[in-house]
Design a protein around this ligand. Structure first.
Ligand code: PNS
Length: 175
């Protein structure tokens, strides 16, 4: 094929999760993923059953704010099957972060189930920097509620939103 006709295919991946809220560990995975893919679509699970602290719109808006001006990263809320969402958005790869061996069983099960649902979709596991291997959204919320320091754990925008959220939920807390 001549070079003029050869349009390189855009490599696009979906990075799904609850992101309640997004942490520096997630940001690290997105940045690493962008070394491999041209575009990353951060897919925020809209699942009211999980009773998230932030609504899907709030979680998407935080991610958009953090990656503002970066055309290679976008964020959308989704519900239903991940493989359907990936297909609808022209992505054939799902990225998941693996922090520790303890993540493996759940991730392995999910990757194999997604493979069964759609063999065209591949799951790619990536490891965050060691300094984020202990980090989770659940821990971030707990540390924040107990007055601990979130420095280096979440982007500034997230800390600000946590402050606003807890001020509204618990006005008596001196935040
Ligand atoms: O950050 P999380 O909560 O570990 O992310 C889990 C997520 C969103 C990736 C997973 O729950 C998911 O893909 N949900 C969509 C429903 C689905 O496709 N289920 C079948 C595969 S197990």
């Amino acid at each position: 094929m001549s070079e003029a006709n050869h349009q390189p295919k855009m490599r696009k991946a979906v990075y799904p999760g609850s992101f309640d809220p997004i942490t520096n560990g997630h940001v690290d995975i997105i940045k690493r993923g962008l070394k491999i893919f041209d575009r990353i679509l951060v897919a925020v699970l809209e699942n009211p059953k999980k009773k998230p602290l932030f609504s899907a719109e709030e979680r998407v808006s935080m991610i958009k704010e953090i990656f503002a001006g970066q055309k290679n990263t976008e964020a959308k809320a989704f519900h239903g099957l991940l493989v359907e969402f990936a297909k609808k958005n022209d992505a054939k790869v799902v990225i998941r972060g693996l922090r520790a061996i303890s993540d493996f069983e759940y991730e392995f099960q999910m990757a194999l189930m997604n493979m069964k649902l759609d063999p065209e979709i591949e799951t790619l596991f990536m490891m965050p920097n060691l300094s984020y291997s202990f980090l989770s959204s659940k821990m971030v919320k707990e540390i924040f509620m107990l007055g601990g320091c979130l420095k280096d754990l979440v982007p500034d925008q997230v800390e600000k939103k946590l402050r606003e959220k807890f001020k509204n939920k618990h006005p008596s807390l001196n935040l």
